[in-house]
Design a protein around this ligand. Structure first.
Ligand SMILES: Cc1ncc(COP(=O)(O)O)c(C=O)c1O
Length: 469
């Protein structure tokens, strides 16, 4: 039977057959009435006797419900004047009216994104299943803040084999994406007295923000076609540097051999730290990849890697191979940041690597991306033959120099008008206006058969902006 209060001031509905005790139901109804503002702050609630009789409940049930809500702070007992509503309803508005879904552009040259369709759903699921089925009960406890031991072992062996690192399971730490790893490394360096962490210019703008949030100054070191200008680093008086030596982001340059040597020599001499961001190392198309710097000087280099390009950025899975002197500080930082990243996914990654599925997945996706890279190179030669293109040998994006005097911003906007999204180099620079106009063109998520048309349309935009080709 359903009973409802009869007084107009308060509508509560209690159903005897609804399940849950009558007291719990009454508490829930009263809480809701207060949260929704039907019972205003300071309003007098009915006496226990009146409400009990109204709802056909025993008075004890109402007394207990009132006591619970008094304890929770929804009600207050006003001496001599009954029980009143204590809680002032906070208006909970959505932070921002949710944006109506934007129509996606016809062609999106977003850099940094792999093809999300290529996520290996079936084999990842199998690895996940093996990871859960084979895990001892202890695997479901709070994890080691560095990450699940079998995953760290598998990853260390993989990186040593494929990237010529000198990693050991003990100095591998998993993070929620390499972004968190870099942020926490910076905090640790700051705690240990570092003041300045040099960054590449152009470089990854969000990383720069994270480094500054850790309390470090970020002197910018220019990049040219041979990568970071290490001689300029000498003058920056930095305690550490963040570099992308294998494939500079976003210009695509590989750090020239003499500069690699000079950079390592700089770190040794100054006892400085090199943070090596190896974000897209698996995708090399024309030659064997150059090994990681970390393999040469493991005590001076913090190696950073990520599953964001090879698998998916949604996994938020990144890792650091840290010098011995930083490992325990980094594990502590991770512990205090969030008690560790989810272990089952890490164990699945370990399974994925050890079963050979990761290598198979990389071979398959590398061949797809190489074809896209070839299609992009051919289309650029055909439709924009005079533009200089950099960084084609690796990764999922290229860097296109626009003719001197071209208005990068106007080109990006004009492309947008034609439903083509391209990304200007300005947003990666310390001073957006400094540096020649250029576009950072990602092709990872563009199907091969669409690339020629996408570039043809982009070429029309460029001609429309009298930038020539
Ligand atoms: C230069 C660079 N480093 C690292 C990453 C990966 O970051 P995360 O592992 O946090 O997804 C990206 C992703 O786009 C990147 O562009």
């Amino acid at each position: 039977m359903n009973r409802t209060t009869s007084g107009g001031e308060l509508l509560l509905s209690i159903a005897r057959r609804r399940g849950g005790s009558l007291r719990v139901q009454l508490e829930r109804e009263l809480r809701l009435a207060i949260q929704q503002g039907r019972l205003k702050a300071n309003a007098l609630v009915p006496s226990t006797r009146a409400l009990a009789s109204d709802l056909g409940l025993s008075r004890g049930v109402v007394v207990e419900a009132y006591e619970q809500l008094l304890a929770e702070g929804y009600l207050r007992a006003a001496r001599g004047s009954g029980t009143r509503v204590a809680f002032r309803r906070a208006d909970v508005e959505p932070l921002e009216a949710s944006k109506s879904a934007e129509t996606p552009p016809k062609y999106d040259f977003r850099p940094g994104l792999p093809d999300l369709e290529l996520f290996p759903r079936r084999t990842w699921l199998m690895a996940m299943r093996r990871a859960l089925a084979g895990a001892p009960d202890s695997a479901f406890d709070y994890p080691d803040p560095r990450g699940a031991p079998p995953a760290r072992e598998a990853l260390a062996a993989y990186l040593n084999r494929v990237r010529a690192t000198r990693a050991h399971a003990d100095n591998v730490v998993f993070f929620n994406g390499s972004a968190q790893g870099i942020g926490l490394v910076c905090r640790l360096l700051r705690e240990r007295g570092a003041r300045k962490l040099a960054v590449e210019d152009p470089g990854h703008a969000d990383q720069c923000t994270d480094i500054q949030a850790a309390g470090l100054a970020t002197p910018r070191i220019p990049v040219d076609e041979r990568g970071l200008t290490v001689d300029r680093l000498e003058r920056a008086d930095a305690d550490a540097v963040l570099v992308t030596p294998a494939h500079q982001f976003p210009t695509g340059a590989a750090l020239a051999p003499e500069r690699r040597a000079a950079l390592l020599e700089w770190a040794e001499r100054r006892r400085a730290i090199i943070i090596e961001d190896d974000y897209d190392a698996e995708y090399r198309y024309d030659r064997e990849p150059v090994g990681a710097l970390q393999g040469l000087t493991p005590e001076r280099v913090v190696y950073v890697g990520s599953a964001s390009k090879t698998l998916s950025p949604a996994l938020r899975m990144g890792w650091v191979v840290a010098p011995r002197a930083l490992v325990s500080g980094l594990a502590d930082a991770k512990l205090h940041a969030d008690r560790g990243s989810p272990a089952p996914e890490q164990v699945a990654l370990g399974e994925f690597i050890e079963s050979g599925e990761f290598d198979r997945h990389i071979r398959r996706t590398r061949s797809i991306y190489r074809k896209r890279r070839d299609a992009l190179s051919a289309a650029l030669k055909k439709h924009l033959p005079r533009l200089r293109v950099h960084g084609v040998a690796a990764g999922l994006h290229v860097y296109i120099e626009l003719p001197a005097g071209a208005n990068e911003r106007a080109i990006v906007d004009a492309a947008q008008q034609r439903s083509i999204r391209v990304y200007g180099a300005a947003s990666y620079r310390a001073r957006p206006s400094a540096g020649p106009p250029a576009l950072v063109v990602g092709y990872g998520a563009l199907r091969e058969e669409r690339i020629d048309e996408a570039v043809r349309q982009l070429a029309r935009v460029l001609r429309g902006n009298r930038s020539g080709d």
